[in-house]
Ligand binder design. Structure first.
Ligand SMILES: Cc1cc2nc3c(=O)[nH]c(=O)nc-3n(C[C@H](O)[C@H](O)[C@H](O)COP(=O)(O)OP(=O)(O)OC[C@H]3O[C@@H](n4cnc5c(N)ncnc54)[C@H](O)[C@@H]3O)c2cc1C
Ligand SMILES: *[C@@H]1O[C@H](CO)[C@@H](O)[C@H](O)[C@H]1NC(C)=O
Ligand SMILES: *[C@@H]1O[C@H](CO)[C@@H](O)[C@H](O)[C@H]1NC(C)=O
Length: 452
């Protein structure tokens, strides 16, 4: 009995000390003055939308600080520089919708744009798991039947505002939707443009209509843009330089205090130690998976929303010494494609599936696929393909189950805008298309600036 109560006293003392330490981390006076960063807006995540928001808010006269976990900005945009020729290879984001926000954003940094064209002259369709080729296969590019379906849902390209009674077709597993509307001919091409989305046939149709949406189909037909210097990362390098000390890279938020009618306080772990960001508003642009979000100090409403997200996995790589021809194909997890690049002998490719795998497992599976391809094409080589670069873009697509969509999940998600001085942009709030996302962010920013 005596022993029990002694233990209880020790436990409460430890808990009290921990609580004091936790409270203390939000106390400005416990930081050196140079470690307190006071700004109008703190942006979390410095990828496509986070960088756009930071620069655009600055241009609107706001003071900003962006917190990015990687050492560079750019998120899904990857550019490899060949050390011998200095040539650039974009192996993440390739192309952009021809929107005024896109042209304006690149123009702001003096980066010329040009029409996007696909690089490969020859294509071969191969099952990477078996090496089997499909020489007769010709994918269709006739989107008319698919576009007729898209036209029924004009709200999808610009929002997640679904009708209160969500149309049942949007909730069908995509394989049933394909059958219902006889879309088999275009299914391969849709699959090709929704790489990274995991099990596309099993997921609710609405996610596929977002992945290959009307603006994207129009872009394929009318022309997409890319950077004329074929260096999609340049804009992020210039933005990082301009932001200077307003960008905290290799940094993450470890704790936050977000109360209505009070400044937000965020404890940020940086390579130069712990900082306290004091901001009027927060814009979250990182993928809002519960693992990322919980350090922001969630209330029960936020937690109930973010814990529902599941995600797919996507990895990108640059290889050499492959001794193969380029190709493309289906089964997952696995390799999506292997494409030639502006540098002879260097290929870039994508790998993905419904679930995360370790980078090592992804790399060994990629190597096996390349060797199988080599055997199938009768290329004799003893060289082991060498990776020049590889990156994980996991978590990629965020999804929730059909019932959650039917029960108003996305209305609750959109309802979080402005809740506890926090706003959101990024793929989970719209779709995985940079142009439409910059437009969405552009439209959202004035309300953030104007909010009390
Ligand atoms: C391989 C690939 C190719 C693509 N190609 C195209 C294309 O050609 N055209 C197109 O329009 N779209 C393309 N996309 C889709 C792309 O996702 C979107 O266009 C857009 O980049 C999404 O922007 P975002 O800001 O939501 O996410 P991101 O650009 O990924 O930005 C999110 C940022 O948050 C950071 N972050 C994550 N967790 C944390 C954390 N805990 N703390 C702080 N920071 C964090 C990430 O490092 C990242 O920088 C492609 C995607 C991939 C993966
Ligand atoms: C993009 O749109 C502009 C303005 O409408 C137009 O002048 C230009 O030709 C388009 N570019 C491409 C590649 O489609
Ligand atoms: C930009 O977003 C607004 C608001 O959602 C929308 O009305 C407009 O059509 C969008 N512009 C484009 C080019 O999609």
């Amino acid at each position: 009995m005596l022993f029990d109560s002694a233990l209880w006293i020790v436990t409460t003392q430890v808990a009290a000390a921990m609580a004091a330490a936790m409270a203390n981390q939000f106390d400005i006076s416990s930081y050196a003055p140079e470690d307190v960063i006071t700004r109008d807006v703190c942006i979390i995540g410095g990828g496509a939308t986070g960088t756009y928001a930071s620069i655009n808010l600055k241009d609107r006269g706001q003071t900003v600080v962006v917190v990015e976990k990687e050492a560079i900005l750019g998120g899904h945009t990857n550019t490899y520089t060949d050390p011998e020729t200095g040539k650039k290879i974009d192996y993440g984001v390739h192309s952009y919708s021809n929107y005024s926000v896109v042209r304006d954003f690149f123009a702001r940094f003096d980066i010329p744009l040009s029409k996007y064209t696909f690089g490969a002259k020859h294509q071969a369709f191969v099952d990477f798991q078996t090496g089997e080729q499909f020489p007769e296969f010709k994918p269709s590019f006739d989107f008319s039947a698919y576009s007729a379906q898209l036209a029924k849902y004009p709200y999808l390209p610009t929002s997640w505002t679904l009708p209160e009674m969500v149309p049942e077709d949007l909730l069908l597993p995509f394989r049933d939707f394909i059958t219902k509307y006889s879309l088999q001919d275009i299914a391969f091409t849709i699959w090709e443009y929704s790489w990274g989305c995991g099990d596309i046939l099993g997921q609710p149709t609405v996610y596929m209509l977002k992945a290959v949406d009307q603006p994207f189909v129009e872009g394929l037909e009318q022309g997409l843009l890319t950077t004329a210097r074929r260096n999609n990362h340049e804009i992020y390098e210039k933005a990082l330089e301009e932001l200077g000390s307003d960008a905290l890279v290799s940094s993450t938020v470890s704790a936050a205090q977000r109360n209505e009618d009070e400044k937000v306080k965020l404890v940020v772990q940086t390579p130069k130690g712990k900082k306290l960001v004091v901001a009027s508003k927060v814009v979250v642009t990182m993928p809002p998976k519960i693992e990322n979000m919980q350090t922001l100090g969630l209330d029960s409403q936020e937690k109930a929303i973010f814990e529902q997200f599941d995600n797919s996995a996507w990895y990108v790589f640059v290889v050499t010494d492959t001794a193969t021809a380029p190709s493309r194909s289906p089964p997952l997890p696995g390799m999506y494609n292997l494409n030639p690049t502006p540098v002879d002998g260097i290929f870039a490719g994508w790998y993905g599936g419904p679930n995360a795998v370790s980078m090592e497992d992804a790399k060994s599976d990629i190597l096996r696929s390349i060797v199988r391809l080599r055997d199938e094409f009768g290329v004799s080589s003893t060289e082991t393909p060498r990776f020049l670069a590889c990156n994980s873009h996991t978590p990629f697509q965020l999804t929730v189950p059909t019932d959650a969509i039917r029960d108003g999940f996305y209305e609750s998600l959109e309802g979080l805008q402005g809740h506890r001085n926090t706003w959101y942009t990024g793929a989970a709030f719209l779709s995985h298309h940079a142009g439409p996302l910059w437009n969405y962010t552009h439209e959202l920013l004035p309300s953030i600036v104007d909010a009390a």
